[in-house]
Every structure is written in structure tokens, then in C-alpha cells.
Design a protein around this ligand. Structure first.
Ligand code: GLA
Length: 379
């Protein structure tokens, strides 16, 4: 059944009168991983997988919300002390609180939501959920007066303050700002960005989901960020955006080997994003692909956020002659993103499924990438 119809049926059953329907997207990232919280560049786009919610103000001071996918219900007030127990509901509570903290308006509402962004696959289902509600509450209670960047920041602060993930801005930015057919190159220091029409002739982007679940809360993710911040502090700069390998080498003996390699990855990665932009402008997909493999190696050996299954998928891609392949998102599981020539696509996907199944006893999931619009109100 269509997502919207399914949501509406549940909404009608529990709340009666129809509400307004909003959706926001998951994201991919072509290149630029773990650079966002280091003031570097990222290159994401929204995808055709969304979290969708039907919402109606209820003239009370309570939020009542059903999650269809988790098959759970939560009810909470809008004061700090009202934080719900269920982790899924904290995303929504956090968005409400962050809007209120910024002087915005949130009143009681009823909501039902569901989605088709795979959970824990590195496609930012949580950012899609935050962005969906931030966009909706801006429309329902704030006359759309909160600008879109701030909506993304509201989602990011929700992660920091209510969900325990000290994330950067990339996921929420992509989820809110995404446009059909376009990637975005975002400078996470100045927040300047550019839309990049992405239609690589003769190539396709394919996601291969290892189905190893990643959980970023309380995870080594926050530790990676701390390593970067320690090195920046030691160098006397605000973020690693301003660091060079020479600078890093000059303090090598003063920092731990672990911090050294974390920072090395970030410094190299921010340059790779710029190289990929140039290569895309020149239609040079071989270079784009090589940079993706370099990112994978860096994420695996230096940043250490890969896992056996993702390294295995990356090796298969290489063996199959895939142009570019790498782990995507925060890491510790989830998907690889693959830039593959159209004529190789089917044989690559078949080989990846077969070999992965032989080794791990289950097939990976495969998702084509369709670059789509970000947060919006449904017609
Ligand atoms: C997660 C975070 C993002 C970003 C990526 C890694 O998705 O939410 O802010 O740091 O990891 O690039």
C-alpha cells in the first residue's frame, strides 16, 4: 500500500479529521565523510526514500504520536521535563523543544508517521524524521518563518541534546535542502553551498546494504569527533579545515598515533571533495571513482569506521571493475555507495549478492539511487 494511504488510515482510525501530510528524505553522500564537524566540505543529495507524517494541531498542550513502523505510541508534553522514554519519540520531542528554545511556537498536535528509509543503513533515517517534523511544525505553527538552514540546525541540535549523537550538519542539511536530480556541495564552515546537477552519463550509483546495523548513539562516532577536536586544539586552530599534513606532522610526536591517523584522514578527505568536484566538472568519472576508493581505504585503515562486511563489499566492487566504491555515512555498518558503469551494474550486483551470501549467510540489499526532493508538504 502507498505510504500516504497507510498513514492516513491509521490517522483516521485514531484521530478522525484528516491532518496535513509532510515528508522528508534520507540522503546519500558522494564524498566527504566525517568532514562536516571538521568545518570541511560534503557532497550529499536527498534520495527517494522518506519519512512521512500526517499531523494536525489538537488544541491541547500534548503531543500524541503513532509510529507505524515501530508499532508504538507516545504521548508527551512540551516542557523539558516531559521527555518521553522511547528513543524514537525523543527525536520528535527534541525537534519541538529546539523550536521552542529558539523562540518559535509549538502547540499540541496529533501525528502518525511511517517511512521507507531503511533503519541503520547509513541513509539518515533519523535526519529524515527530524526534518519532516521540523518542516511540518514550521508550516503548522510558525508561518514558515524559520529559515531552512535553521530547520537543519534544529534537527542537528536534537541529535546532540536528546539523542546522544554529536553529529555534524550534513544529514539534516541534505534532508531539508535536497532537490531532485541535484547533489549539493556544502562548505560546512561558511554554510555556503551549490547545487550540482548529477547525471553521470553511462554510470549509475548503487547502494549495497551490508545489513550490519549501525548505532551511532554512545558510539565510537563521538570519540572520532573528540580526536579531531583534540588535534585542532593542539594545533591552535578552530577546526581541521585549516590543517595541512605538514602541520599535523609537526606535532606527530605530541599526539597519540590514533589521533594522528584520525586527523590525517580528515585532512586528506576534505581535499578529495574538491578534487571530485573538479573531476565531475570535467566529466572525469575515473578520477571520481578513484577518490571514492581512497576514501574507503582512509575510513577503513585510518579512521577505523569500517567493518569486515563493508571491506568485503568494497573488495568485490574492485574485482568487478566498479569505477568507485566506498563505505557511506557515519560507518560501523550500513551501505557502500558504488559508481558503476551501466553495462556492469547487473553483473556486479549479482556477484556481490552471491559472494556476500556465501560468506555471511545472507544477501545484502540493493538500492538504486534516485536523487530527489528534500523536506516538503505533500500535495
Ligand atoms: C553521520 C553524521 C553526519 C556525518 C556522517 C559522516 O551521518 O550524522 O553528520 O558526520 O556521519 O560523514
Amino acid at each position: 500500500m502507498e505510504l500516504k494511504t497507510k498513514i492516513h488510515e491509521v490517522f483516521q482510525k485514531h484521530f478522525g479529521e484528516p491532518g496535513t501530510v509532510y515528508a522528508s528524505a534520507g540522503r546519500i553522500n558522494l564524498i566527504g565523510e566525517h568532514t562536516d564537524y571538521n568545518g570541511g566540505f560534503v557532497f550529499p543529495g536527498a534520495i527517494d526514500k522518506v519519512i512521512m507524517a500526517e499531523i494536525a494541531p489538537n488544541d491541547t498542550d500534548k503531543v500524541r504520536v503513532y509510529s507505524i513502523d515501530i508499532d508504538d505510541y507516545a504521548e508527551f508534553g512540551l516542557n523539558e521535563v516531559d521527555a518521553p522514554e522511547a528513543s524514537w519519540a525523543r527525536y520528535i520531542f527534541g525537534v519541538c523543544r529546539e523550536i521552542l528554545k529558539r523562540g518559535g511556537v509549538v502547540k499540541g498536535f496529533d501525528a502518525v508517521f511511517a517511512g521507507n528509509v531503511p533503519l541503520g543503513a547509513g541513509l539518515s533515517s533519523s535526519a529524515a524524521l527530524e526534518s519532516c517534523f521540523a518542516f511540518a511544525l514550521n508550516d503548522l505553527f510558525n508561518d514558515n518563518q524559520i529559515d531552512k538552514f535553521e530547520l537543519a540546525r534544529i534537527g542537528q541540535s536534537t541529535e546532540h541534546n536528546y539523542c546522544g549523537v554529536n553529529c555534524g550538519i550534513m544529514d539534516q542539511f541534505a534532508s531539508v535542502m535536497g532537490q531532485k536530480g541535484k547533489l549539493m556541495r556544502l562548505d560546512c564552515r561558511s554554510m555556503e553551498f551549490e547545487y550540482y546537477p548529477f547525471n553521470p552519463e553511462g554510470y549509475e550509483l548503487v547502494l549495497i546494504d551490508s545489513r550490519v546495523k549501525h548505532e551511532l548513539a554512545d558510539s565510537p562516532y563521538n570519540k572520532r569527533r573528540q580526536s579531531c577536536e583534540r588535534v585542532a586544539k593542539r594545533l591552535g586552530i578552530e577546526t581541521l579545515r585549516d590543517a595541512t599534513i605538514e602541520m599535523l606532522d609537526s606535532i606527530r610526536t605530541d599526539i597519540t598515533a590514533e589521533d594522528y591517523f584520525r586527523a590525517k584522514f580528515v585532512i586528506e578527505e576534505k581535499d578529495r571533495v574538491l578534487a571530485v568536484c573538479d573531476a565531475l566538472n570535467a566529466g572525469d568519472y575515473e578520477t571520481v571513482g578513484n577518490k571514492m576508493y581512497e576514501t574507503h581505504r582512509g575510513l577503513s585503515y585510518d579512521y577505523e569506521v569500517s567493518c569486515e562486511e563493508l571491506d568485503f563489499l568494497n573488495d568485490i566492487a574492485k574485482e568487478c571493475g566498479v569505477t568507485g566504491s566506498r563505505i557511506m555515512g557515519g560507518g560501523f555498518g550500513g551501505c557502500t555507495i558504488n559508481l558503476v558503469k551501466k553495462e556492469l551494474r547487473d553483473s556486479f550486483v549479482d556477484t556481490a549478492k552471491k559472494k556476500f551470501n556465501e560468506k555471511y549467510g545472507h544477501e545484502p540489499k540493493v538500492y538504486p539511487v534516485v536523487i530527489s526532493d528534500g523536506a516538503h508538504k505533500e500535495e
